[in-house]
Write a protein that binds this ligand. Structure first.
Ligand code: HEC
Length: 110
C-alpha cells in the first residue's frame, strides 16, 4: 500500500510538470536564458529599447537594441550566429531559439 501511494505521488508530480505551459517556459527563457536576459536590452516583449545616449563628434547618438517582435524567423536566427556585436554571444539550442521566437512574436504578447 505504501508503495502504491508513493508511485501515485510520483505520477502526480510528473503530471504537474505539464502545468507549465509553452508560453510560461518561453517567458522564463526570454528573461533568463543562459547569460544576460534578452529582456534587459530588448524590453519586456521584444519591443526594443534605447540602451544608451551619447555624443560623438558633437552629434547626439543612441545605442539601440532593436525591436525583435516582428522579424522573420531567418533574421531572428541569424542574430545568434553573429559575433562582434553589442549583443552578447549566446550558446542556445535551436529549440531554445525557436521558443524565444515564439515568445516575442506571439499574438498573446501584444
Ligand atoms: C546587452 C544587450 C542585449 C542583450 C542582453 C540581448 N541583445 Fe539582442 N541585440 C542587441 C543589440 C544592440 C542588437 C543590434 C545589433 C548588434 O549590435 O548586435 C541586437 C540584435 C538582436 C537581433 C537582430 C535584430 C535585427 O533587426 O536583425 C535579435 C533577433 C536579437 N537581438 C535577439 C535577442 C535575444 C533573443 C536575446 C536573449 C537571448 C538578446 N537579443 C539579448 C542587444 C542585446
Amino acid at each position: 500500500m505504501r508503495i502504491f501511494v508513493c508511485v501515485l505521488f510520483i505520477l502526480i508530480s510528473l503530471k504537474a510538470e505539464d502545468f507549465i505551459t509553452k508560453m510560461e517556459y518561453a517567458k522564463m527563457l526570454y528573461s533568463n536564458p543562459r547569460g544576460i536576459g534578452c529582456i534587459s536590452c530588448h524590453g519586456k516583449k521584444g519591443e526594443g529599447s534605447v540602451l544608451a545616449k551619447y555624443k560623438h563628434k558633437g552629434k547626439q547618438k543612441e545605442l539601440v537594441a532593436p525591436a525583435i517582435n516582428s522579424l522573420s524567423k531567418r533574421k531572428f536566427f541569424a542574430a545568434f550566429k553573429k559575433s562582434n556585436s553589442v549583443m552578447p554571444k549566446y550558446f542556445l539550442t535551436k529549440k531554445e531559439i525557436e521558443v524565444l521566437y515564439f515568445y516575442v512574436t506571439s499574438e498573446v504578447n501584444r
